[in-house]
Write a new protein. Structure first.
Length: 215
């Protein structure tokens, strides 16, 4: 199987880690310290989450979504179409986009949460910076490490929040922007929103070559 679900799971795991106490910590410290508590939370409730997906999705909604700057991501992925959208369209799009992300990644996260480990890169950031990239490598049980970057910025309330994730230099925001621009051009913004609301659009996955057996 070429779709790297473990990378998706790792990204989701670090998203769940959250950016609590971000006002007093650097972004890499926040993500690293919270990752272990996220692992414990899933580990303690794994059997419950496996049989009660509603409970799992509720936990994801409460812990993952606040750690992302969803409104800003919506602006980035819709680009000029966001500027021309009505307030109602913007609200519907943001809500539907958020739900799509949760549903697309949550199941893979639950299945592969303990199948990866994280190796962190030193943070290079000026003291007064408001934008940063937190680099890491996803260490799988098999296969080559996968580089991943969490792009974060400091919001008006002083919190560090994620606004993009790049896996092997492939930006999730850029993927969505291209995909959504095509849909809007072809069928209009309302069609895109409806497809998101009906979960007809899935989040993109990362394609890699898995090592051949016996190599």
């Amino acid at each position: 199987m070429n779709v790297l679900k473990s990378t998706i799971a790792a990204a989701g795991l670090l998203a769940i880690a959250g950016l609590a106490h971000a006002q007093s910590a650097k972004p890499d410290e926040v993500i690293r310290s919270a990752t272990e508590s996220a692992r414990e939370q899933i580990n303690e409730n794994y059997e419950t989450y496996k049989t009660d997906r509603h409970a799992f999705y509720t936990m994801i909604d409460e812990t993952v979504v606040p750690r992302f700057d969803v409104k800003y991501i919506s602006q980035l992925v819709l680009a000029r179409n966001y500027r021309s959208a009505t307030p109602e369209q913007r609200s519907r799009f943001t809500d539907a986009f958020q739900t799509m992300i949760v549903r697309s990644y949550a199941d893979a996260l639950l299945e592969y949460y303990d199948d990866v480990d994280i190796e962190w890169a030193p943070l290079r950031m000026a003291e007064d910076a408001t934008d940063a990239s937190v680099g890491a490598k996803i260490m799988r049980n098999s296969g080559q490490p996968i580089p991943i970057d969490f792009r974060v910025h400091k919001t008006d309330d002083g919190d560090w929040k994620i606004y993009d994730i790049a896996v092997e230099n492939i930006s999730v925001v850029s993927n969505f922007r291209a995909q959504f621009a095509q849909e809007v051009k072809k069928n209009g913004l309302d069609s895109l929103i409806a497809k998101l609301e009906n979960l007809q659009i899935k989040a993109p996955t990362v394609e890699v070559d898995e090592p051949a057996q016996g190599s």
